[in-house]
Each structure stands twice: as C-alpha cells, then as structure tokens.
Design a protein around this ligand. Structure first.
Ligand code: EPU
Length: 297
C-alpha cells in the first residue's frame, strides 16, 4: 500500500462537524462561489484552536470564513479547508465589556451592547458579518473601526500556544485588522456605560441612514473598495458614471456606487470583471488607483 500523503478529513472530525464540497455561494453575502473541499464548523474556541493546529501540522491549507460579507469566492471553489465560525456565537457580559466568540454576529453584539446600556458599538449597526471577520477587516464606518474598542484578543498562531494579547500587541489599520496568520478565538470589547435608551436612539438613527444610502435589501458584500485618503470611493465611482453598470448578473448599485450587487445566476467572474471596470473608470476619471476592500479568494 502506498503511504497516504493527505490525511483523510475524518482525521479532523473530532474537532468539528464537517461537510464535504460545501457550496460557498450559500455562505457569502454576494451569493457566488463554488464548493469548499472541506467545510468545518467548530463549536467552541478550544475546538477551533485544536483544529487549526491539526490542519497546520498536516499542512492542509485553510481559510477562515465568518459571515462571508467581504469575501469573493471563486467559481471553481477552493481546495483544502474552510473553517466557518457560524457555530461560535457566544457573548458574555463582563462589567462594561463584552467577551465575544468569533462567530457572534456583529448585529447580535451591537444589540447586546444596547440591551445592557453600553456605548461604543453604535457605528457597527447594520453591518453584516461576524465579530472574528470584523476584527480581521477592522470593520466599521469611514472613520471608526472595531479595533477602536478592542481591549484584548485571544489568538491562535501557527507557532506557539494560544494566548490573550493586549490591544497594544496589534497594529490594525483602516479596513485591515493586520492579523497576519493569527486567528481570533475570543475578543474582549471594552465599552462605556450609557443608557439603553440613548444607545438605542443612536443605533436606530444610524440604521435608518444606512437603509437610505446603501442597498441593504440586495445581495452585496458592502463597499467593494476602500476609501482613498480624504476621498470617498463611492463618490468617485458615482462621478465616473458607474452606477447601474453591469457585467453578467453583477451590477453597480444605483443607490451607492461602491456596492456591487448580484442577482441569482451571478458568477465570481462577473463580479471580478465588474470590479476591474470600476477601478479603471476611477483611474481614468480621477487618476486615483482604488484599493479593493473585498477579499478575493
Ligand atoms: N456618495 C456619492 N455617491 C455614491 C455614494 C456616496 O456621491 O454613490 C457620497 C455621499 O453622498 C457622501 C460621500 O460620498 O457625501 C460618502 O458616502 P457614505 O457616507 O455613504 O460613506 P462611504 O465613505 O461611501 C463608508 C464606509 C462604509 C460605511 C459608511 C457609513 C468605506 C469604504 N466605506 O462609506 O462601510 O457603511 O461609511 O458609515 O470605508 C464597508 O466598509 O463595506 C462599508 C459599507
């Protein structure tokens, strides 16, 4: 018998439920993407850490997937493992802080803050995705990112034990948590005491504004490009005439020009070609090279 080089997925089953050839279109907000060869959904942070260590040792490539709200998965799918954080949903209240598992949704967390009269997460109202993904992307608004309220993150790293690290150990940037190979297992968000009513009023106002300015009822991955320093990618794309432009079943939102929206039947290739058109239009119109926010797998 020849030696089997690739361990079978069953070797990892003790750490997590597993699906084979799971369509990524189901798990991404753009609703495109082919199958993930192995699709894990660990249930506890310690299981996530053990799974990561086992995959790393076996040299199986892996990707983390949160709410799929900022990912463009290829039509051909991905080989290796995708680890979905959807089952890691706990949030614990600790005084004026929230301790979150990475699969807690951003909206669950924002509502937990409001429910406990805690101020600091309002600007994440209406943002799709999971807290782990939010940390990886430094999700937020134009001038706020979740890292502004992070106190401590317990991370898994390829070499070395997993441990809690203080905010000062990280170097997040605009729309980039800069985590490198580290994977968050538990996140402590430091908030401030306010009142339920006050937090709710701010949240509702922000949600109303978002509903007026963003295509929240359509399939999209939020803003496709980062804002260039001192500029708005949405405004530039709008001025460059991109609203409503489409490729296949993907189009630029007519409400906000930095959102690509998809219809059933859209492909990853449609989205990619459209992104290239958008970037070229802004380069031609304003001489500015847009940087993608959307993570292309
Ligand atoms: N604008 C246009 N046309 C458009 C879109 C925008 O003229 O098609 C103008 C607006 O009128 C406004 C300016 O551009 O004067 C900025 O627009 P907006 O307030 O919508 O903010 P943004 O910079 O486009 C940023 C974040 C969003 C976040 C909003 C609101 C980035 C890339 N985008 O958008 O984040 O929701 O602020 O806080 O930082 C995301 O990152 O995925 C995202 C959606």
């Amino acid at each position: 018998m020849p030696e089997q080089l690739t361990p079978s997925p069953a070797a990892f089953a003790e750490f997590s439920p597993l699906r084979l050839e799971e369509p990524l279109a189901r798990w991404t907000t753009l609703r495109v993407g082919g199958p993930a060869e192995w699709f894990f959904e660990p249930r506890r942070p310690e299981d996530l850490a053990a799974l990561l260590t086992a995959l790393h040792k076996a040299q199986i490539p892996f990707r983390l997937l949160g709410g799929g709200a900022n990912v463009l998965a290829p039509d051909a799918g991905v080989r290796g493992a995708v680890i979905h954080t959807g089952a890691l949903r706990r949030i614990f209240l600790e005084g004026t802080a929230l301790r979150c598992w990475p699969g807690a949704t951003i909206q669950q967390t924002v509502r937990a803050a409001a429910g406990n009269g805690l101020h600091g997460l309002e600007l994440l109202m209406g943002v799709p995705g999971h807290i782990g993904g939010a940390l990886a992307m430094n999700a937020g608004s134009a001038d706020f990112g979740i890292w502004d309220v992070v106190e401590e993150v317990t991370v898994w790293e390829p070499e070395g034990p997993w441990k809690a690290r203080a905010r000062a150990d990280f170097d997040p940037q605009y729309r980039n948590g800069n985590l490198g190979q580290a994977v968050s297992l538990e996140i402590l968000l430091r908030l401030e005491k306010s009142t339920k009513v006050e937090v709710k009023i701010t949240q509702e106002a922000l949600l109303r504004k978002k509903n007026q300015t963003q295509p929240v009822t359509l399939f999209s991955a939020g803003c496709a490009f980062k804002n260039p320093l001192g500029e708005s990618a949405g405004r530039l794309l709008d001025q460059a005439g991109m609203k409503g432009v489409s490729v296949g079943r993907a189009s630029v939102s007519t409400l906000h020009a930095n959102f690509v929206v998809t219809e059933p039947g859209a492909t990853s290739a449609d989205v990619l070609t459209l992104l290239e058109k958008m970037a070229s239009a802004v380069l031609e119109y304003a001489g500015i090279t847009l940087e993608r926010e959307l993570v292309v797998w």
